[in-house]
Design a protein around this ligand. Structure first.
Ligand SMILES: [Zn+2]
Length: 381
């Protein structure tokens, strides 16, 4: 058998298969066709595998293509958007999920201007407001702008939409309280997709939001440092959050400019609570700090004591399952799409800053080296 690409001798971490060790990875026609232990890279006849192209990955970490579950990549219609490839393949991320920049009314433009021109795979959580973020925010303040029925119809015919986004904070919903969430939920359940719910400043209160979320729904900005979050003043998990976790509600980082706090994470760690997904909420106003990139965000979790395998799981397999695409992406299983990230762990002193201006120092950071999307190799910037 001749393959298109062989990635040799890398330290492969694939949490979808509980795999962590040195393997060779073979790719043909945009698909993973083999994963081999050292010295066993042969075909069925025992012949050494021939390859068109080889990447020598000794000293690198080879993972399923990284997935950023929360980003903003609609620069032509929103002021905070950045180009998908800038936060995607150029930074070692093969899939970015736009979290609510786009609503129904700008969906065609999103396809044309953000999805199709990008090398990075671009998916979306559709904003339950037809406006999305294209009018600059406050998109759930007028209930007549919500488009639940049309959202369900779109999700049924458009596979890039993987869920519905609702931003449940005071500045977005104004006097509408929980109403937009109820509308979003009904649409999401009808379409059979998860909701991603942004939490921030009340109203509505988090204690009212959480009981409305079901198994598989995602709370983004779950580890923010504002008042009224997942943990009370003493750092204890609030009972509504405990119940939500027991029901299977998932916690996403969604770092952003104002939504991730090391101190909140310490409270979580003290109670054995681990974020399910690590995402950036990267956009124009935080890309130059404190967020920078997904790999920079992963570095923060290594610095806070998480294992490399854990942070890779939270940025590959976990988001892929939420997207319902775990057999295609976020995995290096034979037959899956050949989306691969090649990363480096650089010994380098770095100061890491959260959204509350707290800093943590680290001696090792994750740096993107190459991204492979559907078998195509790109070198990161
Ligand atoms: Zn966001």
């Amino acid at each position: 058998m001749k393959v298109d690409l062989l990635i040799r001798n890398g330290r492969v971490i694939d949490p979808s298969q509980n795999l962590s060790g040195h393997y060779d990875l073979a790719i043909r026609e945009g698909r993973i066709v083999g994963l081999y232990e050292k010295g066993k890279t042969t075909d069925d006849q025992g012949m050494y595998l021939e390859s068109q192209e080889t990447i020598e990955a000794e000293g690198y970490v080879v993972t399923p293509g990284l997935i950023d579950l929360h980003a903003h990549v609609f620069p032509t219609k929103t002021s905070l958007g950045v180009a998908a490839d800038r936060v995607g393949v150029e930074q070692g991320v093969t899939t970015v999920v736009d979290a609510g920049s786009v609503g129904l009314w700008s969906f065609d433009a999103f396809l044309e201007e953000a999805v199709h021109p990008s090398v990075t795979r671009v998916l979306a959580f559709l904003n339950i407001s037809g406006d999305g973020l294209c009018t600059g925010g406050g998109e759930l303040a007028d209930m007549s702008r919500l488009t639940p029925r049309e959202a369900v119809a779109l999700i049924r015919k458009q596979p890039i939409v993987r869920g519905i986004k609702a931003r449940m904070s005071g500045s977005v919903v104004k006097q509408n309280g929980l109403q937009p969430l109820l509308v979003a939920k009904e649409a999401a359940r009808e379409a059979g997709v998860p909701m991603m719910v942004h939490i921030g400043n009340a109203p509505p209160k988090l204690t009212e939001i959480l009981p409305l979320l079901d198994q598989g729904d995602v709370v983004t900005h779950a580890f923010h440092g504002k008042k009224g979050g997942m943990f009370d003043e003493r750092g204890e998990l609030i009972p509504e959050a405990q119940d939500a976790l027991e029901r299977g509600v998932l916690l996403d980082i969604g770092h952003g400019e104002a939504s991730f706090s090391f101190q909140t994470l310490r409270h979580a760690q003290a109670q054995g609570i681990t974020p399910h997904v690590i995402s950036t909420d990267v956009h124009q106003r935080n890309i130059d700090g404190p967020v920078h990139s997904l790999t920079h965000t992963l570095t923060k979790f290594l610095a806070m004591g998480y294992a490399l395998d854990e942070v890779i799981a939270a940025s590959t397999y976990a988001p892929a399952r939420i997207l319902g695409l775990e057999n295609e992406i976020g995995t290096l299983k034979v037959g899956a799409c050949a989306d691969v990230s090649i990363l480096q762990l650089k010994k380098e002193r770095t100061i890491l800053t959260d959204s509350e201006q707290e800093t943590v120092e680290t001696k090792e950071r994750v740096v993107a080296y190459q991204a492979i999307t559907s078998g195509r190799v790109l070198t990161c910037k």
